[in-house]
Design a protein around this ligand. Structure first.
Ligand SMILES: Nc1ncnc2c1ncn2[C@@H]1O[C@H](COP(=O)(O)OP(=O)(O)O)[C@@H](O)[C@H]1O
Ligand SMILES: [Mg+2]
Length: 403
């Protein structure tokens, strides 16, 4: 039997086993998703496309706007940040002023409203404004005046731009694409990034043609490419003798099946390493990748559940607390119970049915239509997760509702 990592009841310090054991990781930061590596395999074409579009900035011209799209984990955010870092590095001592503002529109409290966006952009250029209170026009004018107070180019990167559009519509984008006509000294270039392949079509035609002056598609990685990406990280991130050869192949293969998502590949690799280390194993092996896959999926479901609206959580809690056959009517009765005990407004049975459908689409639960003969039809609802996960969900919801 392998020695436990923690020495309990033998008089030694309980952590000494842990401290004595060499870590499997050499530099774990390299494996995190926010790390920007020095080289980016399999994106040479995209890097040169983007850099050739923004290079005129170095000679004082305003680059065309760029629209970048591709499924998630294809390296869009990384590549854009990499190219901009290089641009700033080479322009460091030049008179020609170039600023860039990276905005992740999915971040809460950044791009929820037009007001917040301007407040955020003003902060980026060194102006603090209150979080609420002023009319949006005032903020816009302040932004306009501040940037136009000198000759400079501002490159605004709107990452996950679809989230912005969903929250504030396209008028904001329209204004931003027209702003250069009015600016006297400064100029703005936009880089929009999205995972949503049909996003551009949703936009007003004028915004579409302006934002999409240049379009670049990031294609999914295949398993071989993912393997190269991972190998680079393995070299820096792990002590190489501690990782089995099949591990990288397995992570690459699994992520290739999921639309060539490099983030998924890296997550699998990192979590496999963490699990191996936690178990006190001396090598990261294929079994740890399998465990990592399960853990990541569970964490994802739990995260989804934690962020559901209260009403959906109440419905879910009703389902979890239903006896064996969980029919729509039973769920509704339980749900009403929960609402009464917790002071929550009771929605109609039809609305509750909609919430069940929504959670069905999120793969949290499945509902099956069953016929009740001449009494019509009903649905049997069950959680589509293992008992282990279902218990975890129950424990989370137990802290939120009385029953
Ligand atoms: N070619 C690559 N080389 C190294 N790491 C990469 C590469 N492509 C993506 N990654 C990594 O995969 C993860 C997802 O990439 P990201 O740029 O966030 O994807 P996207 O923005 O397209 O969803 C990040 O951690 C990133 O560092
Ligand atoms: Mg991204």
């Amino acid at each position: 039997m392998q020695k436990s990592l923690y020495n309990l009841n033998n008089g030694e310090n309980i952590f000494s086993g842990y401290v004595e054991r060499k870590s499997l990781f050499k530099n774990k930061r390299v494996l995190s998703s926010s790390f920007i590596p020095d080289n980016i395999p399999h994106r040479d074409a995209e890097i040169s496309q983007i850099s050739s579009i923004i290079a005129p900035a170095l000679r004082g011209y305003t680059p065309n706007n760029v629209f970048i799209y591709g499924t998630c984990g294809t390296g869009k955010s990384l590549t854009v940040q990499f190219v901009l870092n290089q641009l700033h590095e080479v322009n460091k001592n030049a008179d020609n002023e170039i600023k860039s503002m990276y905005i992740n529109c999915k971040m809460k409290k950044v791009a929820d409203t037009e007001y917040r966006l301007f407040a955020h952009m003003l902060k980026e250029i060194g102006h603090d404004v209150p979080d609420t209170g002023l009319p949006t026009d005032v903020l816009y004018n302040k932004f306009f005046e501040t940037i136009d107070s000198k000759k400079q180019l501002i490159i605004i990167i709107l990452d996950e731009i679809d989230a912005l559009f969903k929250k504030v519509g396209d008028e904001f984008l329209y204004n931003l694409t027209r702003i250069n006509l009015e600016l006297k000294q400064a100029q703005i270039s936009l880089i929009g990034i999205t995972n949503d392949l049909s996003f551009l079509n949703d936009l007003d035609a004028r915004v579409k043609s302006s934002l999409g002056e240049e379009e670049i598609l990031f294609k999914p990685y295949n398993a071989m490419q993912l393997k190269d990406i991972l190998m680079n990280r393995v070299k820096e991130g792990f002590n190489q003798s501690d990782i089995d050869n099949v591990v990288v192949n397995k992570c690459a293969a699994l992520a290739a099946q999921e639309h060539g998502d490099a983030r998924r590949a890296l997550d699998l690799l990192r979590v496999a390493g963490e699990l191996a280390e936690r178990l006190g194993d001396v090598k990261v092996e294929e079994k740890h990748v399998n465990m990592a896959e399960e853990k990541i999926d569970i964490d994802k479901i739990i995260e989804i559940i934690k962020t559901q609206p209260k009403q959906s959580q109440a419905v879910l809690y009703a389902i979890i607390n239903c006896d064996e056959k969980c029919l729509t009517g039973d769920v509704f009765e339980k749900y009403k119970d929960i609402c009464l005990k917790n002071n929550i407004k009771i929605l109609t049975q039809r609305r509750v049915g909609d919430l069940i459908n929504e959670m069905d689409m999120l793969s949290i639960l499945t509902s099956k239509v069953i016929s009740k003969g001449r009494y019509g039809r009903t649905r049997a609802i069950s959680l589509s997760v293992s008992d282990n996960v279902s218990n975890k969900i129950r424990n989370i919801l137990k802290t939120r509702f009385e029953l």
